[in-house]
Design a protein around this ligand. Structure first.
Ligand SMILES: [Zn+2]
Length: 94
């Protein structure tokens, strides 16, 4: 098994309450992405036009939904920054 070491979430994101998108479980080695929000129709009978907000990884908008958590929380749980161009390409180890 190959272990890929990613940088930590950029420090400037962990102050001020910025949020990141993480596929659960949120644990050491989880990857924090830049969030991409999408509005989806909610199939609730009797509520036409009802929508829900879904959050995806900005680098993989058509893959599994993510949970949106604060960058500080993700960092404190050991999440690492995704370095794809759509997420945090400038993240550096710290
Ligand atoms: Zn990403």
């Amino acid at each position: 098994m190959t272990t890929i070491t990613l940088p930590r979430v950029p420090r400037e994101m962990t102050v001020g309450g910025a949020s990141v998108a993480v596929r659960l479980p949120l644990e050491a080695g989880a990857v924090a992405h830049r969030p991409h929000r999408d509005t989806l129709p909610a199939p609730i009978p009797g509520y036409p036009g009802r929508t829900v907000q879904a959050v995806y990884a900005n680098c993989a908008r058509d893959e599994d939904q993510c949970a949106e958590v604060t960058a500080a929380w993700a960092d404190s749980r050991g999440a690492q920054a995704c370095t794809e161009p759509a997420c945090f390409p400038d993240a550096e180890p710290r």
